[in-house]
Structure formats: C-alpha cells, structure tokens
Design a protein around this ligand. Structure first.
Ligand SMILES: Cc1cc2nc3c(=O)[nH]c(=O)nc-3n(C[C@H](O)[C@H](O)[C@H](O)COP(=O)(O)OP(=O)(O)OC[C@H]3O[C@@H](n4cnc5c(N)ncnc54)[C@H](O)[C@@H]3O)c2cc1C
Length: 389
C-alpha cells in the first residue's frame, strides 16, 4: 500500500494543481530516495549528503523565494515540501530548512547584490552549503545575551566567540554568523569555510537528529572582509525574522513525522493479532489512540493551511507562527509516542520509522524556540506582558 497522507477534512481539494504536483513529486522522492537509506544513515550518525545535489535540482532549497535560481513556489507548496521531507526524516528537513531558509534568507533579505549573486544560486543548487549561527553555549533561548563580538579594523571585521548547536556547521561553505558590534548592535556576517581563525567541530553521540550534522563554531581573531557584513542587518530582530520564516516550515514539517507515525500505527494495528484472533485495531483503547492521532493531525493541518494563506497575503505574524510551531511539534511528538505504544515492542525497531521520528521530534521541540519560549511569546501576545525574566 503506497503512502497516503491523512486528509480527514478533505484539504486536498483546497490545494491547487501545482501544489499537489509539488507534494507528490517530493513524496515520490522521499519514497524512492530517502526511505530506503535514511535508517542506515540515522543508525550510523551520518548525513545523506548524496541527496543534496538531487534536492538542489528538484528546487527544494529556498523554494518559496523568487530569482537566483529559486523555484518561486507559493508558501503552501513550500509547506508541503517540508511536510513530505520530514515524513522521511526531521534531519533531512532540518538540512533543507537551514540551507533554504536560515542560511539563505539573511543573504536574500539583508545582503547586497554581490553577496546575493555570489551565494544564492549556489545555495539553491546545493553547490554550496550554508549554516546559521545564532545560539551560543551560554545563550540559547536568550540569544540577545550573545558574547560573540565583531570589531571593525580598517577594511576588516575581527570576530571572536563561539556558537553552539549549529546545523550543517562543519558541512557549510558559508556560515551566517550573528555577532555584537562595538556599538552593541547585533549584525549578520558571512564567514567562509577555511577563513583563518574560524573552526568547526561536530557533536557526536546524539540520540536525536542523528542523520543531521550539528556543530560548534569557533572564532579566534577571525578576520573577514568588511564586505562580508550583511549590510542591511541591524539588530537581533533581523536574526529572529529569519527564524520566523524557518519556523513556518517546521510547523508543516512536524506533521510529516506525525503522518508517518500514524500510518505505521494504523497498518500495524490492523495486522497485529492478540486475544481471540482479532487484530488489536478491533479494541476500543487502540481505536481511541488512532482517533486522537488523526484528530490532532487534522487540527494541525488546518492551522498550517490558514497560516500559509496568511503568509501568501503577506499578513502572517510571528506569534501566529509560534502557535503553529509549538502546537504542531507538540502533537507530533505525542503522536509518535502513541504510535510507538501501539506497535508494542516492535515500536523500538528500526524496521518502523516511529522511534526515529519520536527521537528527532525531541530536538524539533527545542530548536527554533523551545516549546515554552513560544508559550511565552503567545502569553505576551495575549496579555501584553513579557514573562521571560
Ligand atoms: C539538533 C539541534 C540543531 C540546532 N540547530 C541550530 C542552528 O542551526 N542554529 C542555531 O543558532 N541554533 C541551533 N540550535 C539551538 C537551538 O535553537 C537551542 O537549543 C534553543 O534555542 C534552546 O536553547 P538551549 O538549548 O540553550 O536551552 P535553554 O535556553 O537553556 O533552555 C532550557 C530550558 O529552559 C527553558 N527556559 C529558558 N528560558 C526560559 C524562560 N525565560 N522561562 C521559562 N523557561 C525558560 C526552555 O524552554 C528549556 O525548557 C539547534 C539545537 C539542536 C538541538
């Protein structure tokens, strides 16, 4: 039986022909190219680099941007790409989010023409890899406290500091690095691989997002040309703007993991026989879990569909994105745990994707703003009172 995504509220009838074509193309790619290899990569702790050029050719990177070899798709089609990729693996979707959003967007939005022409086509084709360095060892949820510094010296900036938990860090040809300047303003800089004083080292032994590269970045009197400053960046708000774009994709993506887990749970429950020769799907408690999974997936789909419409209209707010990211990742994690339960002991095996998705979603719950930080964003949006400190 080929994979069919949950569509209880007939959302497929709302997507246009192009959106469905994009979704089906990515679905086929995931079925043929990702699913056969992803578990081996996950267990080995390696990223499936062999897929990068193909994803570039298929236009997955920066797919909702215009020009510079980007596919120029609308935001619903972009969301569906994220959903389908994450049905394969959150690590692969993370790569695409970073490559096509958090590394691309700062250059696209805040870069000058030379920076855009140099980097954007290469990033979109997958010929260069990008990363986004905001988090630091002591400043995760509160990046405004960052210690990484950029000091102007003639025609150069000298960077000092470090970044933590950076997706694609050691793979990256170009790192978008956020640092505080002498006037205390946070600004974005482009640091090329191989620049003297710039180093990167991977985290090992992760129990989550194992098919994704996560690294520390180090800057020790790292001298870059002043022309590598992203000229239009002015304050932390610009780094956060880039995150809003990526979180939009995560809200869609998490549903892909949830759909994979739900699909596994339904199939398994219909096949697995216990007590009196009946499949476990015939028991009310199992049905209740399946119903809960489908209901939450459906609510999540409606949330991102509407968010996509708002993004298309150009009126999407960051707190709306917070609600979608927070809700969809939480319910996907709960669905993955329920699916694991329905599969019993078999739920811990690599033969089924549920444990991998469950472990991956633990990271997705934390990165791009933790679940609780999004709660505080929404709390402030309701009450007007910031409750961070
Ligand atoms: C696999 C992975 C990939 C990542 N990729 C990137 C990347 O590419 N680029 C990048 O810049 N970063 C990246 N990150 C970092 C990620 O964004 C941070 O981990 C995240 O922002 C949380 O920071 P922290 O881990 O330091 O947790 P902390 O900020 O220390 O939070 C720990 C706990 O305290 C809670 N907490 C913190 N402050 C408050 C508060 N005021 N009120 C209530 N609760 C609070 C949090 O919700 C959380 O539960 C990645 C992380 C992971 C795990």
């Amino acid at each position: 039986m080929a994979f069919k995504s949950a569509d209880f509220m007939c959302l497929d009838s709302l997507f246009n022909e192009e959106e469905l074509l994009v979704r089906d193309t990515v679905r086929e790619f995931v079925e043929d190219r990702v699913i056969p290899i992803i578990d081996d990569h996950y267990m080995a702790g390696t990223f499936p680099f062999e897929l990068v050029a193909e994803m570039g050719k298929l236009g997955f990177f920066g797919a909702n941007l215009q020009g510079y070899d980007c596919a120029g798709l609308n935001n619903l089609a972009y969301g569906l790409i994220m959903q389908e990729l994450e049905r394969g693996d959150s690590g692969l979707r993370s790569f695409v989010s970073v490559q096509g959003e958090t590394a691309t967007n700062p250059i696209y939005t805040f870069g000058d023409d030379r920076q855009k022409e140099t980097w954007l086509p290469k990033l979109q084709r997958g010929e260069a890899i990008g990363c986004f360095g905001l988090t630091e060892p002591d400043f995760g949820s509160n990046p405004g406290g960052m210690r990484t510094r950029a000091r102007k010296e003639g025609d150069s900036y000298i960077l000092n500091g470090s970044k933590a938990w950076i997706t694609n860090g050691t793979l990256a040809d170009i790192a978008v690095v956020w640092a505080k300047c002498e006037d205390e303003r946070v600004r974005g800089f482009l640091v090329e691989k191989g620049t003297e004083g710039f180093g990167a080292r991977d985290y090992h032994n992760k129990h989550s997002l194992r098919a994704s590269v996560t690294s520390e970045l180090f800057f020790d009197n790292c001298r870059i040309q002043a022309s590598n400053l992203l000229p239009e960046t002015d304050g932390l708000k610009h780094a956060l703007m880039c995150l809003t774009q990526a979180r939009y994709g995560i809200a869609w993506g998490a549903l892909g993991s949830a759909m994979a887990c739900y699909d596994s749970a339904v199939r398994w429950s219909l096949e697995r026989v216990q007590f009196g020769g009946k499949p476990i799907a015939s028991h009310q408690l199992v049905q209740q879990k399946l119903v809960q999974m489908l209901t939450e997936i459906t609510k999540g789909q409606l949330l991102v569909y509407r968010l996509g419409q708002l993004k298309e209209e150009g009126t999407m707010r960051f707190d709306q994105v917070s609600m979608a990211k927070q809700n969809n990742v939480r319910i996907s994690l709960e669905i993955a745990r329920m699916a694991r339960d329905v599969l019993g002991a078999n739920g811990i095996l690599s033969e089924y994707p549920v444990f991998r998705h469950m472990a991956n979603l633990e990271s997705v719950y934390t990165y791009e703003g933790t679940h609780d930080i999004h709660t505080l964003i929404l709390g402030q949006s309701i009450t007007g009172i910031p409750a961070y400190e």
